[in-house]
Design a protein around this ligand. Structure first.
Ligand code: ADP
Length: 551
């Protein structure tokens, strides 16, 4: 037969390959069919529940039937307000697979912020954990006429009049469902950035972007996940889809373990031990606390091979300490807008002969995922050299990177270039081996007398001080220098150090102009809902510190 050229492929030869959409359903069906006996394990109150993937599949089908009974239509937004637990995971699959969108709301938002995102998203139903009744009620009370349905999962902390019960809804429903075919470009999940500045911005992930992100993040030089892994996401399922692990693990056929509210170090250690977790992921703070407890108890977690650490910079001391405990600490960088994984730091063949250099490289945020196109540009938009020294703004684009925000024209105009490149807001270097290092977020740089001070660099050095548990560095307006750095420090339990000791110690490692002028000691550093330092609050709290005359 004569070959015809189809206009659909721009005049090129159409392939003979399937056009089946990339979808979350593909991951789901693979997991339950090819790995039916693998396990979903979840804390639930005092118990630990276990479901095989096959049983999980039946519960997901039941939930899809519940959604139908509740009148959910394709495109509807359905919110979750929940810890990492098995019912949350059921929502992760059932909601997108019926064609609706799962909006994972950050449970640590203030009631007015939660009400804002529920309203902005136009959520029709909210599924919430019973232990979070008080928090969700506080948000619901701000919008008494929202017409939303509330569904409670697990035991309630207090009554919520009118709320439906998840398990009661599930019981009568059949455990099969005729899944609809969904366009791969359709929205599957919605997540709002944690909004360290301004109102939260929503990112709508598609079936396609979710599938591609899961494939790429599983690669050997990314998370390197396999069927033999037992995966425990400490990163919450409302923080950029727990970095994709709920899809990645099921795609790989790995057991998936969820801690619910037990994110305290003792809870994490217990879960790692009992469930022989091999791979975990979370922000640095969690691992600092786990490290401290392991060191204090002289304990190791022999099954735990690797932890992925990102969300904010991993202090070099944390990587060293975890390595000392026999755990491979894998630094990664990403953003909500990127689904989120952008870079992962792993060893490379080229540096096999030079362990010292390899280690220094591993401290960095890592090498780019193959699904990320990136540019590092100067203030004129020109690419800077990849020499490990030249800094520039990082721009990214690709299959799992947002091309716009959800209903937010203002943010779209400043964040996205006409060619689709997204401004990450991070200033970085990339070196000859392809390792990217975050110098700072644009807004966190400290401008002192015409020089730029990287808060990340100073924090990293401070966190290596033996008495320092945590340190956060921020700029405060200064009458002479424009801004000067201030360090907020939390000391380790039982340790003592004063301002002179800390500044003196820094003086050996930093130039004088980079050394913070003041050190303030706090019991805790204020944080965003996903555990990042809230520098905005500290800048506000100490803004008059260098007022005229006091400089
Ligand atoms: P928000 O922008 O509201 O903080 P995100 O969770 O999307 O929400 O945060 C993305 C930002 O977090 C990145 O642009 C970067 O500044 C920071 N970040 C993430 N991972 C790292 C890391 N490993 N090292 C340093 N900064 C990081």
């Amino acid at each position: 037969m004569a070959t015809t050229f189809s206009p659909e492929v721009g005049g090129a030869l159409p392939s003979t390959m399937s056009d089946l959409p990339l979808s979350i359903r593909t991951i789901f069906e693979h997991a339950i069919k090819s790995h039916p006996r693998k396990q979903i394990i979840s804390r639930d109150g005092a118990q630990v529940l276990r479901f095989t993937f096959a049983e999980f599949g039946k519960r997901v089908a039941k939930l899809a039937n519940v959604l139908r009974t509740l009148g959910v239509q394709p495109g509807d937004r359905i919110a979750s307000f929940a810890w990492n637990g098995h019912r949350h995971l059921e929502l992760y699959y059932a909601v997108p697979m019926v064609g609706a969108v799962l909006h994972t709301v950050n449970i640590r938002l203030f009631p007015d912020q939660a009400a804002f995102v529920l309203d902005h998203a136009g959520d029709k139903i909210v599924f919430y954990d019973g232990s979070l009744t008080k928090q969700i009620k506080a948000a619901a009370d701000l919008q008494p006429d929202s017409g939303r349905t509330f569904v409670q999962m697990g035991a309630a902390a207090e009554p919520f009049e009118g709320a439906l019960d998840y398990e009661t809804l599930m019981t009568p429903e059949p455990d099969t469902y005729e899944w609809p075919e969904i366009d791969e470009r359709a929205a599957a999940l919605l997540c709002y950035t944690s909004a360290t500045t301004g109102d939260p911005k929503g990112v709508l992930f598609s079936h396609r972007s979710t599938f591609i992100h899961a494939l790429a993040s599983g690669l050997a030089d990314a998370l390197g996940i396999s069927e033999r892994d037992r995966v425990l996401p400490i990163v919450p399922m409302f923080h950029v889809n727990a970095w994709g692990t709920p899809f990645l693990a099921l795609m790989a056929g790995a057991d998936f373990i969820m801690p619910m509210e037990r994110l305290d170090p003792a809870g994490v250690i217990e879960m790692c031990e009992q469930e022989r977790v091999t791979l975990s992921a979370g922000v640095p703070t969690v691992w600092m606390a786990v490290r401290d407890m392991l060191q204090a108890q002289g304990k190791k977690l022999p099954a735990l091979e690797r932890v992925v650490i990102g969300g904010s910079a991993m202090p070099t001391s944390l990587m060293d300490d975890l390595n000392g405990l026999g755990i491979d600490a894998i630094h990664a960088w990403g953003m909500t807008e990127m689904s989120p994984i952008g870079t992962v730091s792993r060893d490379i063949a080229e540096l096999a002969h030079d362990p010292g250099m390899q280690k220094r490289e591993r401290y960095k945020q890592g090498r780019f995922s193959p699904i990320v196109q990136w540019r590092v540009v100067d203030e004129h938009g020109k690419d800077v050299p990849a020499d490990g020294v030249s800094r520039g703004d990082l721009l990214v684009r690709c299959f799992a990177v947002a091309k716009s925000y959800y209903k937010n024209e203002l943010a779209n105009r400043s964040a996205f270039e006409p060619d689709g490149f997204f401004h990450t807001g991070d200033v970085v270097t990339v070196d000859e081996y392809g390792y990217m290092e975050i110098v700072d977020r644009v807004k966190d740089f400290i401008k002192s007398g015409g020089e730029w001070i990287s808060s990340v660099e100073v924090e990293n050095i401070l966190m290596g001080h033996p008495c320092v548990k945590e340190a956060c560095v921020f700029g405060i307006p200064h009458p002479k220098w424009q801004e000067r750095p201030v360090a907020a420090v939390v000391l380790r339990d039982g340790q003592e150090a004063d301002e002179d000791a800390i500044r003196g110690w820094l003086g050996d490692k930093l130039a004088k102009w980079q050394t913070p002028d003041r050190v303030v000691f706090l019991d805790a550093i204020p944080r965003t809902g996903v555990g990042k330092f809230l520098k905005r609050d500290l800048r506000e709290r100490y803004k008059g510190m260098f007022a005229e005359g006091d400089a």
